[in-house]
Design a protein around this ligand. Sequence first.
Ligand SMILES: C[S@@+](CC[C@H](N)C(=O)[O-])C[C@H]1O[C@@H](n2cnc3c(N)ncnc32)[C@H](O)[C@@H]1O
Length: 186
Amino acid sequence: MLRGGVSLIIEKYSRHKKPISNEPSSFLAREISGLNLPKGSLALDLGCGYGRNSVLLSRHFANVIAADFSYKSFSDLWHLNCKNIHPVILDCRQTLPFLNNAFSAVIVIHLYHENLIVNLIDAIQPEGFFIYESIAGNGENWRDLSLSGEVKRLLEKQFIIKYYLERPVGPHKKNATVKVVAQKKT
Ligand SMILES: C[S@@+](CC[C@H](N)C(=O)[O-])C[C@H]1O[C@@H](n2cnc3c(N)ncnc32)[C@H](O)[C@@H]1O
């Protein structure tokens, strides 16, 4: 039997529906095409869902780890269409099961957790990229968004911020939607 907190979280995300469109994030598509990536590079799509962004990444990187904590994300076997996509089940609230400096880029689209950034920083190589796009700020979404300035504060010591767009949302404008491209310092 699962403990109460864990079962509640799994219940919440198991309600996450398959997106109507398989189109990747337009922000990611725009930013990824402008990056100068080393040959043979490895990307992590953290919270990959049903893989719309992993498939895009598989065209830019030699290999892509598509990671999610819900086995349902992989249930229709979308990842088998691309030989260089490797599915992994993990929980980004825990220390990630990867070596330090494993990835040329870590991509997180539409997922946030207070330990998310701290947990993934060591897995990014020097000069590697972190690309993040939060969920939109509609309705009650602000409850699942970072605090204003939080993402920048967590990154700016170890990363050069290449692009940063933040929009305050919520009843007190204390939370924010964020889009960021950051490159790890050497
Ligand atoms: C809103 S969906 C976004 C999926 C995908 N990034 C996209 O843009 O289509 C959020 C995804 O994050 C996953 N997720 C939520 N909490 C997680 C956690 N703690 N660790 C790993 N994945 C998580 C969910 O299972 C879900 O597939």
